[in-house]
Design a protein. Structure first.
Length: 62
């Protein structure tokens, strides 16, 4: 079972697409639509949690 966390997602229009940012962890992604930017950010966060060292997690979570 996956652990769940509540994080902030900021999605802004940039040019022809959207940029998404999780400010708590400084992880970003992008997409052509708001939903795609959101989905891509979730994927980027999942990859971050899978690969980050415990030290990196502590540093980014402050």
């Amino acid at each position: 079972m996956k652990a769940s966390r509540e994080l902030t997602a900021i999605i802004e229009r940039e040019g022809d697409g959207y940029v998404s940012l999780c400010p708590e962890l400084d992880v970003a992604s992008q997409g052509d639509t708001i939903e795609e930017a959101r989905t891509n950010l979730i994927e980027a966060l999942e990859l971050f949690f899978e690969t980050a060292t415990p030290e990196e997690l502590r540093e980014r979570q402050g």
